[in-house]
Write a protein of this length. Structure first.
Length: 153
């Protein structure tokens, strides 16, 4: 994994907070976790497939469909997670974002308002957000922090 932005390189290389990278449409999710003996088992969870370990770059690769589940479980296990995913500067934040129940957000708020319109109120806090270029594509990075024990996705 090669990041041009120095902030992203720093958070990708730190070893205390999980980092979940949602790449392009058909690409797998890349996950970096703090070391634990059970990381493969924990990351797999109830899924049928096994995560793939990239021993050279030291990250896990999992199917794109696992995104919400991995972020949700990382918030439960670690209390916070960095999420890196596509960012569309021209896509205005709207009720589709405010009422979202998952973690996938591509709009101009960079996730700051994502899920806040949920009837039970905000269920996670987003901080430390920024956008960056990754080749021809723009990505956003956000730190999501669990605000209570009963996360609902």
């Amino acid at each position: 994994m090669r990041f041009e932005d120095a902030r992203v390189r720093r958070l990708w290389s730190q070893q205390f907070i999980p980092v979940v990278v949602r790449q392009g449409s058909s690409e797998p999710i890349l996950v970096r976790l703090p070391y634990a003996d059970d990381n493969r088992t924990w990351l797999r969870g109830d899924h049928r497939n096994q995560p793939t370990w990239n021993s050279d770059a030291k990250y896990w690769s999992v199917p794109k469909s696992w995104f919400d589940d991995v972020v949700h479980r990382a918030l439960i296990r670690y209390g916070k997670a960095y999420v890196i995913q596509l960012y569309k500067r021209q896509q205005t934040c709207a009720p589709a974002c405010w009422n979202a129940k998952g973690f996938h957000c591509e709009c101009s708020c960079l996730g700051a308002h994502h899920g806040n319109g949920h009837p039970s109120g905000a269920w996670f806090m987003v901080s430390d957000t920024f956008a960056f270029n990754w080749g021809d594509t723009e990505y956003a990075c956000r730190l999501i922090t669990a605000i209570n024990e009963s996360l609902h996705v």
